[in-house]
Write a protein that binds this ligand. Structure first.
Ligand code: NDP
Ligand code: 2IT
Length: 444
């Protein structure tokens, strides 16, 4: 039995019911085989056994009072997965579906993603099953304050630096930062994605979406293709989706869809992003409202149908496993040539296999959406320096990082005998740096 397979079996036995975590671990371990065949030292040092076990997992009660005066209780999580190359770093997700399996899959993926950025950040993830949708600002503030009243003791600018993810944007970051500062009586860069007036970085808001397009653009150019004139299907209508659409349009693409958990809009003329920003960022509304404003668009219930819209490039930017095998077949049939994962693990294993068989270019999440956390690392640098870089400066650094990630993962894939397989390239390249750091730090 191979070392990777043995460890995977142990992970499944030891963490029953954690389907998303099993899925993420399986994908990584499977692709590491060519590396493990030449690096026998990893086995003796128990690197795999250690890397799949979080260094620390914190689960806590989050009580708060709603606008009716009723006490509500949510569950908070922070999984501090790996600190071999830097302080734990990764977002917080507030969504009713959040559970330990989801936070662990996200934290595990973060290890390799953060390593790929080339910045000194370890990996963590957290969040809560709290649903900010439909809650007043006051309720969101009281929830965030209660969440941070426990979380503050586990984090710090050199220990663990959270940020946003689904359901956590600038409003939530502001409330959490305020509470941390109040409890600790210290103004420090403990969280990223902060507002520009109190230590945030320019480009952080745009970074994940822009970074996705920078990386996919490199992948396309490698095959003498580009975004110019391409039809693009994007799912989601949150932070990642909006800024992916913005940059894709800037490069000459026509983005024809966006979605939320209720359904999707299709505008054959090309999406008007100002309208989307107004609906989602200003009014916190639903994507359905777009079709009432633009007569060229139609709204469809359910989110699977979005993948039946013909396109050249598909960018899933909503959530995990949103693109399944059936949808992948339809995309291929309709002539889709490239897929870039803006969300974390949005493509199911069956769908990945279909893209592989049909030679669809595939940019995996760990590389493709690393621009967000990379720019968080740039925010940390600016906080340490007590400086703020210009938009152009941060954007250029982000672009350089994404280009370098693409180069690294395609070269490493080639080096380990799987040319063109960017999933293997990303997993192997991300893994080596962390594993080698663990090797020399003793058994910890
Ligand atoms: P947002 O909360 O800003 O937006 C999330 C979007 O996805 C919304 O349109 C939301 O619709 C939709 N969505 C969420 N859950 C589901 C679901 N179960 N089914 C269908 N649609 C859903 O989050 P982000 O844009 O920040 O995050 C999107 C993805 O990108 C996530 O996978 C996240 O982990 C990943 N990511 C984010 C980074 C960041 O910097 N923000 C960095 C790297 C990755 P609705 O409003 O109906 O819930
Ligand atoms: O999945 C991710 O990389 C994020 N949500 C961003 C994490 C961060 O620390 O900026």
């Amino acid at each position: 039995m191979s070392y990777a397979y043995e460890v995977l079996q142990k992970v499944i036995e030891r963490n029953p019911g954690e389907a998303e975590f099993h899925q993420a671990v399986k994908e990584v371990l499977e692709t590491l085989e060519p590396l493990l065949n030449v690096r026998r030292d990893y086995r003796r040092a128990g690197i795999l056994e250690r890397i799949v076990e979080p260094e620390r997992q914190i689960i806590f009660r989050v009580p708060w009072v709603d606008d009716q005066g009723k006490v509500q209780v949510n569950r908070g999580y922070r999984v501090e997965f790996n600190s071999a190359i830097g302080p734990y770093k990764g977002g917080l997700r507030f969504h009713p579906s959040v559970n330990l399996a989801i936070i662990k899959f996200l934290g595990f993926e973060q290890i390799f993603k953060n390593s790929l950025t080339g910045t000194p950040i370890g990996a963590g993830k957290g969040g809560s099953d709290f649903d900010p949708k439909g809650r007043s600002d006051g309720e969101v503030m009281r929830f965030c304050q209660s969440f941070m009243t426990e979380l503050y003791r586990h984090i710090g600018p050199n220990t663990d630096v959270p940020a946003g993810d689904i359901g956590v944007g600038s409003r939530e970051i502001g409330y959490m930062f305020g509470q941390y500062k109040r409890i600790k009586n210290t103004f420090e860069g403990v969280i990223t994605g902060k507002g520009l007036t109190y230590g945030g970085s320019l480009v952080r808001k745009e970074a994940t979406g822009y970074g996705l397009i920078y990386l996919v653009n490199e992948m396309l150019e490698d095959k003498h293709m580009s975004f110019e004139g391409a039809t693009v299907v994007i799912s989601g209508s949150g932070n990642v989706a909006i800024y992916a659409a913005e940059k894709a349009m800037e490069l000459g693409a026509k983005v024809v869809t966006m979605s939320d958990s209720n359904g999707y809009i299709y505008d054959a003329q090309g999406i008007n992003l100002d309208t989307v920003k107004l609906i989602k960022e200003v009014n916190r509304g639903r994507i359905k409202e777009y079709a009432a404003i633009h007569s060229t668009a139609k709204h469809y219930e359910g989110y699977d149908g979005i993948w039946s819209i013909p396109c050249d490039i598909a960018l899933p930017c909503a959530t995990q496993n949103e693109l399944n095998g059936e949808s992948a077949k339809i995309l291929v049939k309709n002539g889709c040539v490239a897929v870039g994962e803006g969300a974390n693990m949005p493509t199911s294993p069956e769908a990945v296999e279909i893209f592989r068989e049909n030679k669809v270019l595939f940019a995996p999440a760990k590389a493709a959406n690393a621009g967000g956390v990379a720019t968080s690392a740039l925010e940390m640098s600016q906080n340490s320096l007590r400086l703020s870089w210009s938009f152009e400066e941060v954007d250029q650094k982000l672009k350089d990082i994404m280009v370098s990630i693409y180069k690294t993962i395609s070269e490493v894939a080639k080096e380990y005998g799987c040319e063109g397989d960017l999933i293997a390239g990303a997993n192997i390249a991300g893994f080596i740096k962390v594993a080698d750091s663990m090797l020399v730090q003793g058994i910890v």
